[in-house]
Ligand binder design. Sequence first.
Ligand SMILES: [Zn+2]
Ligand SMILES: [Zn+2]
Length: 209
Amino acid sequence: MPPFPDFSNPTIFPTFASLPLATDDVPPNSTPYHLIGTISENMTLSTSPTFICKDPSGAPFALTLRIPAALVKAGVQGGGYDVSGFKKGFTFVVPNARRSGVSEGKQGFVEIPVGEVKVIPASVKKLMEMSAREREGIEKRGRSQGKESCQACGNEKEAEKLSRCKGCESVWYCDKNCQTVGWTEKGHKGECKIYRAVLSAFPGADGTA
Ligand SMILES: [Zn+2]
Ligand SMILES: [Zn+2]
């Protein structure tokens, strides 16, 4: 299982303002990074779907999706592209984003082919909370010789004595009873799909795709 990315790491998840410009040269072997932004508003005016998002520092930026020419319906807002999956409060993940349209007094925007963008059904704030918890878990495992702890009751045991959530394979349980408590009372019902989306968006280690 790849580690949960550290969404609070500004090198891997930079702010919009710190992104390189589209006109900058790309240094060879530069570290891959991702722009993440919570979708706050759909402000599509042309045939390109455009969203206002909030970056990890809470600063707003505009993201424009380029859709394949063959799919664009001319004269239709957003080109007729189905953007129903890009919901308010969800997070866009944009690999190696660059700023376009930057000039004096203009902060620019990010433009990306729609196929390169991924969406996680949680806000950036929620993802940061989850990665802080994951970091704590890693430290705890270091202190307890690799034991995992039950998401419901917190008991630490060797992994083989626990069972894993089959949905996300990211949390552990003592038994069926703990699994039920974890799912309902301890909130895994809301987080299982977030873990799944994060792990499919970041199949490599620590945010490198
Ligand atoms: Zn338990
Ligand atoms: Zn799960």
